[in-house]
Ligand binder design. Structure first.
Ligand SMILES: Nc1ncnc2c1ncn2[C@@H]1O[C@H](COP(=O)(O)OP(=O)(O)O)[C@@H](O)[C@H]1O
Ligand SMILES: [Mg+2]
Length: 433
């Protein structure tokens, strides 16, 4: 019987563990770390190959993330369900598995051609578990020659796996943080682009619309002043025209402002604003069920804008006859759902990149029905909340920036549900009188 370390002693074990620690402390690049660990394990344990499978976030799939050559090229391409194959069994049971020979006779074994199981005889598979008991993956070693793996061999591999587990968790945390930071940067960039776009839009509206009306207004008032003694009827007519122009200028001013922050939110509150938004899509039968949820203003704006963009997508893309808008507040969260019974689409096929460039600066945004204080919606000529193709991305980035998420559940022919989930800070408890 050959022990794993070929006559290993405590000193060699300690050396292996200390080299593992060096490898896992070298940085936060998870894939490089796993490659390094796999190489180290085969080298020091005198085995022929080492595979590290990590558990996906869904907790149901193991994915090959580290392997020694020649299998390093397969990293990322091999997937196993938990419960499937020896590794799946180990993940499922949280216990090691040792197979000394004749793998095919073991009911747990599943042949994966790319991994060339026929070239290897003996194997050990151990769960990769963090000190807190979270399973993060499975580590396997294989030998070409038959090897009688002993209990100390398995224990040593478990120690290596334990060290790696903590590092994997750290690397994943780090990765998530980096992704969030990147999303934040993208959002900041987009926000600035949009601020600039909005400024130009406002400038355009003031210049082309509002100020032109004020100029006409001035001429009509001058004409009225000139005519007041010699032709009072003409003066009255000019004053009426001036009144109409003043009313139009006022409407345009309100619309220009409405593009910046939905004033209905301040006027009505969130739930009634959502109902009013739904009514602005006359061609759609939108059923609204909105709970009266209290939240900070910026969260209300996020919910409202998401509902607006999602409903515009329904109107633009879904050919739906019915849409549902639901706002609920389970503990600690607020959830907005916009669903439709339309054509649906494949969300995975959508790339992050916008399909078209942003509208050119100063391009006017179509205005809504006068007096509603809202941009037009549902009339085919829709106002741009985001540049074309940025709607879903914009909604998602806004959600992530607020610590929440956006789920898009859709498939061709199955309708679409867009679900925004935002965390709600606990309501401050009322002071005791
Ligand atoms: N409710 C929906 N029904 C069908 N397709 C949709 C729906 N929402 C989004 N889509 C698809 O996703 C794409 C991206 O949407 P979005 O990011 O809002 O960009 P845009 O609306 O400017 O095309 C749309 O072009 C459309 O193909
Ligand atoms: Mg859109």
């Amino acid at each position: 019987m050959t022990p794993l370390l070929g006559g290993a002693d405590a000193e060699r074990e300690a050396r292996l563990l200390s080299r593992v620690i060096d490898t896992i402390s070298a940085g936060f690049d998870l894939d490089r770390m796993l490659q390094g660990v796999a190489a180290l394990v085969t080298e020091t344990t005198e085995t022929d190959v080492c595979f590290v499978h990590l558990l996906d976030d869904d907790g149901r799939t193991l994915r090959l993330r580290g392997a020694t050559p020649p299998f390093d090229e397969l990293v990322g391409t091999i997937e196993l369900a938990v419960g499937e194959g020896v590794s799946g069994w180990v993940a499922d049971h949280g216990e090691p598995a040792v197979i000394v020979g004749d793998k095919t006779a073991d009911p747990r074994y599943r042949y994966i051609p790319a991994l060339r199981g026929e070239d290897y005889t003996s194997m050990v598979s151990v769960p990769v578990v963090t000190p807190l008991g979270h399973l993060v993956g499975v580590l396997n070693v294989h030998t070409k020659a038959r090897r009688e793996f002993t209990e100390p061999d398995v224990d040593l591999l478990r120690s290596v796996a334990g060290l790696v587990a903590g590092a994997i968790e750290n690397a994943r945390l780090h990765q998530r943080l980096a992704e969030r930071e990147e999303a934040l940067e993208r959002f900041a960039e987009q926000t600035m682009e949009w601020q600039e776009h909005e400024r130009r839009r406002l400038a355009g509206e003031i210049h082309d619309g509002i100020s032109q009306r004020i100029v006409s207004l001035f001429f009509h008032l001058s004409a009225a002043a000139d005519a007041i003694d010699r032709d009072p009827a003409l003066a009255a007519e000019q004053v009426t025209k001036a009144q109409e122009l003043a009313a139009a200028a006022l409407d345009e001013t309100r619309l220009a402002i409405a593009g910046l922050r939905p004033p209905v939110l301040d006027d009505l509150g969130l739930a009634p604003s959502l109902a009013s938004l739904a009514h602005s899509f006359p061609q759609l039968d939108v059923r609204v069920d909105a709970a009266d949820v209290r939240m900070a203003e910026h969260l209300e704006t996020a919910v409202y804008r998401t509902a607006q963009e999602a409903l515009q997508n329904v109107a633009k893309h879904a050919s739906a006859s019915c849409a549902w808008l639901r706002l609920t507040a389970p503990p600690g969260r607020v959830v907005l759902e916009v669903a439709d019974d339309g054509t649906g689409f494949d969300p995975a096929a959508r790339t992050i990149a916008p399909s078209q460039p942003a509208p050119s600066p100063g391009q006017p945004v179509p205005a809504g029905p006068a007096g509603t204080g809202e941009p037009a919606a549902g009339n085919g000529d829709l106002p741009a909340l985001w540049p074309t193709g940025f709607g879903l991305t914009g909604m998602r980035e806004r959600a992530e920036l607020l610590g929440g998420k956006l789920d898009v559940i859709s498939a061709p022919g199955r309708g679409t549900t867009v679900r925004l989930t935002l965390p709600l800070p606990a309501a401050p408890t009322a002071p005791t009188p």
